[in-house]
Design a protein around this ligand. Structure first.
Ligand SMILES: Nc1ncnc2c1ncn2[C@@H]1O[C@H](COP(=O)(O)OP(=O)(O)OP(=O)(O)O)[C@@H](O)[C@H]1O
Ligand SMILES: [Mg+2]
Length: 481
């Protein structure tokens, strides 16, 4: 009997119980070295564990050496990548290590990245670069801090190998990451069954998804109605996720259907970026030549991905129910995005009449002037004063003023409307605006230079302190900075 609390958790064989049509049993790589670089103590209470009672070695044994767990399951999936259907996918450098029920009753997956080759590795080495692991930690902690529905990183272990990559100075260091997520079942998990013509495997998978991740729908007796409600809710969750990314200025960069979770949770942070200047055409991945996954396209490609998911679901569902579900996507998206943006503007739910116009003018101003998205909101937060009710001219002093005539005209119109919005509020409501701005506009933003700034000391002198400091700030993004 081990003392390691991770090895003593009660693992639930939820996915395993579906049978081996959905995964391959694999073996983890054995690595020359194990150095724990990150442990997410924030997540331990959810497993009913106290950080003080869990040693670094416990993390290494469980999540670097993968001791005493079986089966390790490489999940099978396909997916649309940049619009083209790809059958040569599946967990090529990861596996599902185990599933555990949190203290919140949610079933969580421990999924690996960089844990060795599998039948799906093609010519890949099954590995994750250390920088890739660091970047995924930063993205998921940042998004979580900003209220985005995201997977988290549980641990990162440096593994002492040299890797060769086209997009990093090589040789580069290696790592294995463990992700903590609400399911690794992807749209592509369903798409594979459609491609293989395995309608017989569709109902067990969908029933499983509903039972575990949409359990509140189990009371619906008629399966067709239940499936219809499931899809309608997935559509809503994905629309909300897209709205969350857009409002925080995040570009995921690789929204292939194998990177879309069936629970509507965001995950897989490769070449992502938080956008600096507001630009709907901003792309984060150097290989996204057509801008398919640009910042501004994200809501549309998510809708397209949901449409592609209709093909497998249509094997067991009525086409009409699928259409009804998807028809609500745009309304869900706009409602969620508007609510998030009006909150960033300080108003929250206070503007039933004038909110649409304020949002429209804000986006027009941001787009035409290409100001820094985050500086705009930080400026608004820092400068806000109840005095603005008296005089629109004083609202938000920005560098926009010094640019061209069109920008100055837009700023004037925006100020005028912001002022009109303020005049509809009671004095008590106006005092809440400053607080709302501070609570929803982060003082720390994970722009690319911040990532390079913490990476340099790691490369130069193995100094991880700036990385830990940045993680702490991202976990508390509305603090003093
Ligand atoms: N170094 C590698 N070795 C083997 N397979 C790889 C490697 N890198 C990526 N793959 C595979 O290529 C496909 C697309 O990779 P992608 O980067 O989207 O996923 P991933 O990052 O490996 O995993 P996840 O989606 O869980 O974050 C997946 O099937 C993945 O397993
Ligand atoms: Mg992926």
């Amino acid at each position: 009997m081990t003392e390691n609390p991770f090895l003593n958790l009660t693992y639930e064989p939820a996915l395993e119980a579906l049978g081996d049509d959905y995964y391959d049993v694999v073996v983890a790589a054995s690595f020359p070295q194990h150095i724990l670089r990150f442990r997410n103590d924030d997540l331990l209470p959810r497993l009913n564990l106290e950080p003080d009672n869990v040693s670094d070695f416990d993390f290494i044994e469980a999540f670097g050496q993968f001791q005493q767990r079986s089966p390790l399951m490489a999940l099978r999936y396909h997916g649309y990548q940049f619009g083209d259907y790809n059958v040569a996918l599946g967990d090529g450098r990861g596996f599902l290590y185990g599933q555990v029920r949190g203290t919140d009753k949610v079933l969580y997956d421990f999924g690996t990245k960089g844990s060795g080759t599998t039948p799906y590795s093609r010519n890949g080495d099954g590995r994750l670069t250390l920088k890739g692991g660091v970047r995924e930690i930063l993205a998921s902690e940042a998004l979580h801090g900003l209220g985005v529905n995201t997977s988290r990183c549980f641990s990162l272990v440096e593994t002492g190998e040299s890797l060769w990559r086209g997009d990093e100075p090589s040789p580069t260091r290696s790592s294995v990451m463990v992700r903590f997520s609400k399911s690794h079942i992807r749209f592509g998990t369903f798409e594979r069954l459609h491609y293989l013509g395995r309608a017989d495997l569709m109902s067990p998978l969908l029933d499983h998804v509903i039972e575990v991740y949409y359990a509140h729908l189990l009371g619906i007796q008629d399966p067709q109605e239940r499936y219809g409600q499931f899809y309608a809710e997935l559509v809503q969750r994905v629309a909300q996720l897209a709205a969350q990314w857009m409002s925080v200025g995040f570009c995921h960069a690789v929204l292939n259907t194998d990177n879309m979770s069936i629970t509507g949770e965001s995950f897989d942070y490769g070449p992502y970026a938080f956008m600096d200047e507001f630009n709907p055409r901003f792309t984060a991945a150097y290989f996204d030549y057509m801008g398919r996954y640009s910042y501004g396209n994200q809501p549309r490609v998510c809708e397209w991905n949901l449409r592609m998911l209709q093909k497998p679901l249509a094997l067991i569902m009525a086409a009409e129910d699928l259409e009804t579900g998807l028809a609500r996507y745009r309304d869900h998206y706009y409602a969620a995005y508007k609510q998030k943006m009006l909150t960033k503007l300080g108003f929250g739910e206070l503007l039933p009449e004038l909110g649409d116009e304020l949002l429209r003018l804000t986006l027009e101003l941001l787009e035409k002037t290409q100001v820094s998205y985050h500086d705009f909101f930080t400026g608004l937060t820092g400068q806000f004063s109840p005095q603005w009710c008296e005089d629109p001219e004083h609202i938000l002093q920005t560098t926009v003023e010094n640019s061209d005539d069109e920008a100055a005209t837009l700023l004037k119109a925006w100020r005028f409307h912001y002022h009109s919005c303020l005049t509809t509020l009671s004095s008590e409501e106006i005092t809440q605006i400053g607080q709302c701005l501070r609570q929803h506009n982060p003082t720390t933003v994970l722009l690319r230079p911040e990532i390079e700034a913490i990476w340099e000391p790691i490369v130069a002198e193995d100094n991880w302190q700036p990385f830990y400091d940045l993680v702490a700030k991202l976990q508390d993004p509305f603090g003093e900075g």
